[in-house]
Write a protein that binds this ligand. Structure first.
Ligand code: PEP
Ligand code: MG
Length: 591
């Protein structure tokens, strides 16, 4: 008789609900270690040649950056890049690497990585601060060279075997968006927050996800099966037969109640006493348009257009974008389509390698200490007007085929709206002269995602055609807790009283200026929050398509007056925990 492996239960951060049962699969991504590959004698010259080419490309990158920094007059950067150039041209390092490739007969990446680790150790052990600072330079230079070495073929989400549970250090949105719920049973990662983009996509696809799990425990064990409980944040390694049976029954039950809810998609989003709440869909993938009517969506309230870039790792041309937007607009048959212009940066920055065509846009932005507060979204687009204008032109041209709206992400100052409007006006003039058809009154809205725009929402409501509250970011910036960081997930709470107050203020401003207001953060799909949001005056929600039936079902359980009273009571609370308890209590009494 074989030895029965022990059942191990790990607790992490519950990110996407549902039960996943399957076989573990380590998904190698960027933070994985550099693999050691034995090479044959014949392959030595080829490996050395690869190393020389990587050095030469790295030198060209550095020379280009050096030139740009000289022009900008940033003397500190010039000095750092100068140091990097010297390191790259160090003949001793090159000789050592080439000798080792010959002696060890290992792939270039592993030899290079090994030597860099030795250098780092040596420098770190030296007492002088100067040498400590050089460690950062070594890391930087080595990353550049490694990125130029021909990468080993990477695993693709689209090729994952069925019933896999993906284990990874971190998930990036461009990979997650390719995962298919029919093959991927669940995600487990060491890093990741509740409203990180990978998490949003996992929820939209209905894939259970638990983050904040130390994956070291899997090393040395060979688990035959895993269970992921995305509602409770549990990962069970080698479940016993009894546990397996229990979770299989739970999974069946969840599936049945999800199917039961589906009928709500055909119903209107309205309260018991007939107040209409419009439910739109959030979309990352244009192909999902065809499934929207099945889910009962009023239209698309947020098309995250940046996924056109994230999935192909380069900016789509104006023509490509035009075709996509036109097809989406037509597919919606007159229903609204809100296209958010590229929201790139923060956790939505793609790891481009220097050989990628669009790398220079990000190289020029530089390494940011604080990407969430850096050159992202509208800031990035205004820095590169050619990208912005090509997208706006594509949207304007597509506006002849449906009811398209333009949404600006992460507005922090009214001047950003004015600049976008000025670009639109110029492009409209050009199109007119060419006789191209477009909608001359295309609505332009601002996302309220940062404190400055929430505080100044009266000014924005006066000038914009509509506003959209992005609570995923708003919460992050208002409570100053990274949305992707599991160690601040206890602070990242949509139930912080400040958020409720801000939502009320924004609603009041929009009512005063008679402007439409939509709420498109993950909050809009939380049955606990929906009645409060209606009570605060929100009448339009945008959520992942698969959550629309649940949102409609929840709205249909409430009377407007009850919801208003609930919101008023909630606004009295000054501490997140107390508000949480109060709400849990209300919901328990209603059940
Ligand atoms: C938000 O921040 O709430 C939002 C909808 O935008 P994203 O999640 O894409 O940043
Ligand atoms: Mg956002």
């Amino acid at each position: 008789m074989g030895i029965v492996a022990e059942e191990i239960v790990l607790r992490g951060l519950a990110v996407s609900k549902g039960i996943g049962i399957g076989a573990p699969l380590f998904f190698s991504n960027v933070s994985e270690e550099v693999p050691i590959v034995q090479i044959s004698h014949k392959e030595i010259d080829r490996e050395i040649e690869r190393y020389r080419r990587a050095l030469s490309s790295s030198r060209k990158d550095l020379e280009h950056l050096h030139y740009l920094s000289l022009q900008e007059g940033s003397s500190e950067i010039v000095a750092i890049l100068g140091t990097h150039l010297e390191m790259i041209q160090d003949p001793i390092m090159t000789t050592v690497i080439e000798d080792r490739i010959r002696e060890m007969q290992h792939n270039t990446e592993s030899v290079f990585h090994g030597l860099i680790e030795e250098y780092k150790e040596r420098f770190r052990s030296l007492p002088d601060d100067y040498f400590q600072e050089r460690v950062d330079d070594i890391i930087d230079v080595s990353k550049r060279i490694l990125s130029h070495l021909q990468p080993l073929p990477r695993m693709k989400m689209t090729e994952i075997p069925h019933n896999s549970i993906i284990l990874a250090h971190e998930l990036v949105p461009s990979e997650t968006v390719e995962a298919q719920a029919s093959a991927v049973s669940a995600f487990v990662t060491s890093v990741g927050g509740i409203t990180s983009h990978a998490a949003i996509i996992a929820r939209a696809k209905g894939i259970p996800y638990v983050a904040n799990i130390d994956l070291k425990i899997f090393k040395g064990t060979d688990p035959h099966a895993l269970i992921v409980d995305g509602s409770e944040g549990l990962v069970i390694i080698n479940p016993s037969l009894a546990t397996l049976k229990k979770y299989e029954a739970m999974k069946k039950g969840q599936l049945a109640s999800f199917k039961q809810l589906r009928h709500a998609s055909r119903l209107k989003g309205e309260t018991i006493d007939g107040y209409e709440v419009k439910i739109f869909a959030n979309l990352e993938n244009p192909q999902e348009i065809s499934a929207l009517s099945k889910h009962g969506a009023f239209g698309v309230g947020l098309f995250r257009s940046e996924y056109l870039f994230l999935s192909q790792k380069q900016f789509p041309s104006e023509e490509e974008q035009f075709e996509v937007y036109k097809k989406m607009a037509r597919g919606l048959k007159g229903k609204p389509l809100v296209i958010r212009i590229f929201d790139i940066g923060g956790d939505k920055k793609v790891d481009l390698s220097p050989s990628d065509g669009d790398y220079h846009y990000f190289a020029n932005v530089g390494a940011e200490l604080n990407p969430a507060l850096g050159c992202r979204a509208i800031r990035f687009l205004l820095r590169y007007p050619e990208i912005l204008r090509s997208q706006l032109r594509a949207i304007l041209r597509a506006s002849a085929y449906g009811d398209i709206h333009i949404l600006i992400p992460m507005v922090s100052d009214i001047s950003e709206l004015r600049q976008v409007r000025a670009h639109i006006a110029e492009i409209a003039q050009e199109l007119k002269l060419k006789g191209v058809r477009f909608c001359s009154k295309i609505p332009v809205g601002c996302m309220i995602e940062v404190p400055s725009s929430a505080i100044m929402c009266d000014v924005l409501a006066a000038e914009a055609d509509f506003l959209s509250i992005g609570t995923n970011d708003l919460v992050q910036y208002v409570v100053a807790a990274d949305r992707s960081n599991p160690s601040t997930s206890d602070l990242y709470s949509s139930l912080h009283p400040s958020i409720l107050r801000l939502v009320r203020t924004i609603v009041t401003c929009c009512n005063e200026f008679k402007k439409d207001l939509i709420l498109c953060g993950e909050l809009a799909a939380d049955p606990l929050m929906i009645p409060i949001l209606i009570g605060l005056g929100i009448r339009e929600f945008s959520v992942s398509a698969r959550h629309i039936p649940l949102v409609k079902h929840t709205i249909r359980q409430w009377r407007i007056l009850e919801a208003c009273r609930l919101a008023d009571d909630a606004l009295e609370y000054t501490a997140t925990q107390d508000l949480h308890r109060f709400l849990a209590d209300v919901m328990r009494r209603r059940c």
